[in-house]
Every structure is written in C-alpha cells, then in structure tokens.
Design a protein around this ligand. Structure first.
Ligand SMILES: [Zn+2]
Length: 86
C-alpha cells in the first residue's frame, strides 16, 4: 500500500509491502501485482505492492509489473516533472 508514515520529525510517504508489511525501500525490489480482470475495463481488482520474489506467495501471479515501471508511468500520468523541485 502507498501510505504516509507519521513520526516526530514529520511525515514520510512510503510504500509498504502488502504481504509482509515492511517498507519497500528500493524500487528495484518492488513488484505490483493484481488479479486478472475478465471485463478488462476500469480499476484492476486486488492491486498489491510486494517485495519481488520473496513476498510473492501465490504460485502464479497472472498480472504484474515492476514497481519501477509503475512509478514511472504513475508520475507521467500526473504530468510530474522530476526536475521541477531540483
Ligand atoms: Zn514484503
């Protein structure tokens, strides 16, 4: 899940693994999985963020993409420019 962690020093956006609950600290270690949708239209069912391989408990995940691709496409879809805050 994508969430906001509150600590005394502030709030930190994090992605927590929907399998083990620990933060995904490196995008290259993350995977996004979801259930096959027979209709194929609208939000996908059962979207989860997981640690690649180690937390993928299902024998075969029919639909998936790397966390890196998910984040890149997400930022592109909201027209986010990474150099805007550099
Ligand atoms: Zn995990």
């Amino acid at each position: 899940m994508i969430t906001l962690i509150h600590v005394k020093a502030g709030n930190y956006p994090r992605i927590l693994c929907d399998s083990c609950g620990r933060p995904i600290e490196d995008a290259s270690e993350g995977y996004v999985v979801w259930d096959w949708d027979l209709d194929g239209v609208g939000p996908v069912p059962n979207l989860k963020f997981i640690h690649k391989i180690v937390c993928d408990s299902r024998p075969r995940q029919p639909m998936s993409m790397s966390l890196e691709k998910y984040l890149r496409d997400l930022l592109s879809n909201v027209k986010y420019k990474a150099d805007k805050f550099a």
